[in-house]
Design a protein around this ligand. Structure first.
Ligand SMILES: Cc1cc2nc3c(=O)[nH]c(=O)nc-3n(C[C@H](O)[C@H](O)[C@H](O)COP(=O)(O)O)c2cc1C
Length: 220
């Protein structure tokens, strides 16, 4: 499909069909993700593809353990009355957590820490996080885009990082790898909508910060 069509219709998919994915498509998606750039071409990614119903259920349980307190701290706490937006976020988040048991494939993305040559949690790690995490998110984005080109929906999620030891134990992942994201992948229950974003024009600066890029007349 057209690249610009794919790139602008790749929303976070939160409702999936209970329909298996051909192994060849999973391979195509991951082989494309593997073409991503990374600092010093370190290629620090590893993917664990989970299709077993039992393991998916366990991942869902771990995610749910994080989602429940997140709802309380990030959405509900301190609010006397919930806005329509907050109510929707709670509903969609609940439905998404439930759909993690339905989606046929979970892709867990791990970062090979020694390849980044920066000790996890060190001052340099905090200072240089752009190089470390910027060496893995391009692969995740390519994964999402190539899935979209094959009519597969994805959602990048990082909430499971708070259950990293449990997730690594579940999947038998060695110590040196850091859990970066859980990306459920499946056929979407409701098509691919164009995600909402604020217009880019006020965020494009011409030569200097204080000079606005002239907005094209057609985009006024
Ligand atoms: C680094 C990162 C972490 C995210 N973690 C989660 C998550 O744990 N759970 C979740 O439901 N969505 C998660 N998301 C999805 C965002 O909520 C989503 O990208 C954003 O709301 C825009 O959604 P849209 O593209 O459908 O408009 C994450 C996205 C990114 C880029």
């Amino acid at each position: 499909m057209d690249f610009f069509e794919a790139a602008t219709t790749t929303p976070t998919v939160r409702h999936f069909l209970d329909r298996p994915i051909e192994p060849g498509l999973i391979e195509q998606v991951l082989a494309t993700a593997n073409m991503a750039p990374s600092g010093s071409n370190a290629q620090p990614w590893e993917f664990v593809v989970v299709r077993s119903a039992e393991t998916r259920r366990e991942i869902q349980r771990l995610y749910q353990e994080m989602w429940e307190p997140y709802k309380e701290t990030a959405i509900i706490r301190g609010r006397k009355e919930l806005s329509a937006r907050a109510i929707k976020a709670l509903r969609v988040g609940d439905e998404f957590a439930a759909s993690l048991g339905v989606v046929p494939v979970h892709i867990l993305v791990f970062l090979d820490r020694p390849k980044m040559r920066v000790e996890r949690g060190s001052a340099e790690d905090l200072h240089n996080f752009g190089a470390t995490y910027g060496s893995i998110f391009p692969a995740i984005e390519l994964l999402m885009l190539s899935a979209r080109a094959l009519s597969l929906g994805t959602a990048v999620t990082t909430m499971l990082s708070n259950r990293e030891p449990e997730t690594k134990r579940l999947l038998g992942v060695p110590e040196q790898y850091q859990l970066i994201a859980l990306v459920p992948m499946g056929y979407p229950a409701e098509g691919f909508k164009r995600p909402y974003r604020k217009p880019v024009w006020p965020r494009i600066h011409a030569e200097r910060w204080d000079r606005a890029w002239p907005r094209p007349a057609s985009k006024a």
